[in-house]
Design a protein around this ligand. Structure first.
Ligand SMILES: NC(=O)c1ccc[n+]([C@@H]2O[C@H](COP(=O)([O-])OP(=O)(O)OC[C@H]3O[C@@H](n4cnc5c(N)ncnc54)[C@H](OP(=O)(O)O)[C@@H]3O)[C@@H](O)[C@H]2O)c1
Length: 330
């Protein structure tokens, strides 16, 4: 059936300005790292993308290697784009990245101009897009001059392959240098994509300050610690969960009794607030004004609905914030 997006799709989503740029991003964006690959069902992927767009999620985040197999998430998105979203291209922000291993030989990963430009072209072909909205250097490369990697991002933008440039998982110092090089080249660094959640707070140690100073936006990945910061694992490891699957980085051994005890306490606090834990974990991240968007993953439309439900109550009192700190430190 031809997809007709919900007419009220822009009524409840919150859009936040990405740093000092002209671009607004939805406070909640959808990442296609897991559950959109060749091993997954396209119809579930379609249901999630449609539900997300119906809820005002205009931003879909990909990378060359998402799958498995690598590249297949972009291929699936390409099918969904062609069949469902093409008439709405100007309402969408699609991103991709290069930097992790994608093809054999010396040019299939890291930060050379060769890798970034070739990978961007491959991504565009897989997705059937003329351009991506944001193209990222997926990780810093200790061996390639930063000038070359940033020069490649600048070229990718100037050649029309992308509208904006971004970086992911760069340290505060690398971010400052990258921002200075890109500014000099005339293509400002739009955004940084770091990991951030209640269980992973490295960005609070300098990166968020650098982003505020540089006027860059931030979109944070794994905000729910890959599902751990939800009720998903409170009664064991469900068969259809990420931790039960043979691929990916969330393993059963990461779900420790100590973590689960904290999750249970956080879950109680969320319930007192009339929220799910996923909603509270998202609200906790959005308390930081420098963070533009929370980049969630999902395995069902219902999870996307739950996550967007966070917007109904984003305020956290001092008492609640202190209780969260106590639980996390316990
Ligand atoms: N730049 C980078 O290096 C990098 C690295 C990693 C990720 N990312 C990006 O960030 C995106 C998000 O990362 P992530 O998938 O790790 O994020 P996440 O939101 O922390 O974890 C998503 C997983 O949590 C579970 N979940 C989500 N909402 C839920 C809810 N309401 N209730 C219960 N469980 C829920 C689902 O697990 P189940 O599948 O078990 O249901 C889902 O697959 C990726 O798709 C990708 O775009 C970027």
């Amino acid at each position: 059936m031809v997809y007709q997006p919900a007419e009220n799709r822009y009524e409840s989503m919150v859009y936040r300005r990405c740093g000092k740029s002209g671009l607004m991003l939805p406070a909640i964006s959808l990442g296609l790292w897991h559950n959109f690959g060749g091993v997954d069902t396209l119809e579930n992927a379609r249901a999630m993308v449609r539900r997300a767009f119906d809820l005002g999620i205009t931003h879909f985040d990909l990378a060359n290697n998402y799958g498995p197999p690598p590249g297949s998430a972009e291929e699936s998105f390409g099918v969904l784009f062609k069949q469902d979203l093409k008439p709405f291209r100007d309402e969408l922000i699609v991103s991709s990245k290069a930097g992790y291993r994608m093809w054999p030989g010396p040019y299939g990963e890291w930060g050379s101009r060769k890798n970034l430009v070739a990978s961007c072209d491959q991504s565009l072909r897989r997705m059937g897009l003329e351009y991506v909205d944001i193209f990222y250097s997926h990780r810093p490369d200790p061996e390639t001059p930063l000038e070359e990697t940033m020069g490649a991002l600048d070229y990718i933008v100037r050649s029309g392959r992308a509208l904006y440039a971004g970086i992911s998982s760069y340290t505060p110092e690398q971010t400052q240098r990258a921002a200075a090089i890109l500014r000099e080249l005339g293509t400002p660094c739009l955004i940084h994509q770091p990991s951030y959640s209640m269980f992973n707070r490295w960005v609070e140690d300098g990166l968020l300050d650098v982003l505020a100073d540089e006027g860059m936006g931030a979109i944070v990945f794994s905000p729910l610690a890959q599902g751990l910061l939800t009720a998903r694992y409170l009664d064991g490891i469900p068969e259809d969960s990420r931790a039960a699957k043979p691929w990916g980085f969330l393993r059963a051994r990461n779900i420790t009794p100590d973590k689960l005890q904290k999750v249970a306490q956080l879950n109680d606090l969320a319930r007192e607030r009339g929220q799910t834990l996923a909603e509270m974990a998202i609200a906790w991240i959005l308390r930081q004004p420098v963070i533009t968007s929370v980049l969630v993953g999902a395995s069902s439309p219902a999870q996307i609905e739950d996550n967007v439900g966070a917007l109904a109550n984003l305020s956290l009192s001092e008492d609640e914030l202190n209780t969260i700190e106590e639980i996390l430190a316990s």
